[in-house]
Write a protein that binds this ligand. Sequence first.
Ligand code: SF4
Length: 245
Amino acid sequence: MKIIIDGRDVDVEYGETLLTAAKRAGIKIPTLCHNEAFEGQGRCRLCMVEVERGSMKNTVASCTYPITGEIKVSTSTPLIEKMRKNIVMLLYKQAPGSQLIQDMYKEYGCVDNSLEENNADERCILCNLCVLACREMGSSAISLIMRGTDKQVATPYNEAAEVCLGCGACAEICPTNAIKVIEKDGQRIIWNKVFNLVNCQRCGKPFATREQLGYIAAPGKDISTQSLCESCRRKSAAEKIQGFM
Ligand code: SF4
């Protein structure tokens, strides 16, 4: 099946989202709340595009729009660009401390807004990706709480969550670098919880929390003597392959 995106014929699969199809065809649509590991959320609305189906024309969030028939898509009309600029201005008000949002603010030619002093360091855009990543890890230690301007990502009662593994998947996926992770003296502090780090058996660098390794290890396995960091695991795998050649 084919659709037209920005004047180009693009092969698509029935039911896949517009964002996925565009991406595969090398057509860039901006987004902040989308990650390939998860279904589209339609939260940030940056991926809005214009869709023409017969005589109907609509603006839709491309990350949640399933392709079910012949359509003509425009990813960058004056209307779409105006909408994106307004969204970026709102994101800047929400998360002025984020370098990424600051860069987008300039890129979209937004004019200087006076910032409220009390949120100048704020970086969270409430995209929910960290919550999804945590859920995927099987922990669900964080969630979006409260409403309106008080909405935030937090652990229950903002306290150290028993189920948190300290894996840092939330911080890893965060597009705006909003999650604070402190690593020093063999410890990692995240979401108000202190974790002891396990050293890589090969290079000796601290690389993962005991809870994280315990969660993925086979029962009875001694995690402190059989753990390799990502880089050493790759080296070790390459050496094994060379050994077979
Ligand atoms: S902390 Fe980061 S990943 Fe989580 S909602 Fe905020 S911006 Fe998104």
